[in-house]
Ligand binder design. Sequence first.
Ligand code: KG4
Ligand code: ZN
Length: 340
Amino acid sequence: MQKDIVILGIESSCDDTSAAILKNFTILSNVTANQSVHEKYGGVVPELASRAHQQNIVPVVHQALKEAKIKLNDIDAIAFTKGPGLMGSLVVGCSFAKALSLAAKKPLMDVNHMHAHILAHFIDEGTPQPEFPFICLTVSGGHTQLVKVSSATELEILGTTIDDAAGEAFDKIAKILGLPYPGGPLVDKLSKEGNPDAFQFAEPRVDGFNFSFSGLKTSVLYRLQKEEKLNPDFIKENLNDLCASVQQTILNILFKQLKRVVQETGIKHVAIAGGVSANSGLRKRLQDFAETEKIQVYIPKFEYCTDNAAMIAVAGRFLYDKGIFSDQTVSAQARMNFNR
Ligand code: KG4
Ligand code: ZN
């Protein structure tokens, strides 16, 4: 019988401090401390994020080990997020992982956060996992990418946003609508009660398989400024319809390019990943897309959509199997080449 491999994953790229224990490909624990401190500022304040990571990281790792009933000595290796993300936040996770690796004499793997969002699909949940090669639409607060995944370590960007990310568009437009940060989940919720065809907003023309969302934000802003001159309560009276129309436009932009990629590459397996893949409209639309395009789609569990350490542990496991380890000279990287 093969020996069990246990990985401790650590994630600290933005405003969530997370630690997870992965045994083979099964998650034993996945503990996340969210930072509510940013809500009153309408966005993540980097300095406050790194301070909170510093306070949270020891208790979060401790809790992950406790919930998994695993002793530090029983883990085989430590995986952490090297980047991309906020520098001050990444430095906390990176320094902690390096120190722990040294103290506990465990090998270290540095993980690309964007690879990890995709590789979260390989967490063993007893559900079908994507077949290689597959296309992944990664949609988060910082990124919007169409990725061709040929294997767990061969990933290629086919298209990306030329300005705002999809999550950023949700959050910035939510802010214009007077909703608290992060607005994405609220826009999703309010959309369910609204008419997606109530308002028309601009959809961009972009080259290749790329995306653009900044025009949509401006289009919403101008429309609201015009309407509010006539009726100061316009947003309040139309909030659900506005949310539903904005969400539909964001999904139109995403699916137009996804369809092109699927048709041009002929790849029949499509996954979604990243925080915005928690969006109920996106998940529904992907199911419909599967039927019309006759392809197989893969939708992650909610807890593995937004930032979490379980995905870091899985991505680390693939590096472990390939013998790709890092040493004590490794450092955090805010901007990171997608191909490591
Ligand atoms: O992947 P993630 O947790 O962090 C980054 O790496 O960016 O993604 C966070 C983003 C935020 O913009 C948040 O508003 C968005 O994901 N998000 C959603 C939903 N849940 C999270 N956007 C739309 N609908 C949702 N249900
Ligand atoms: Zn993320």
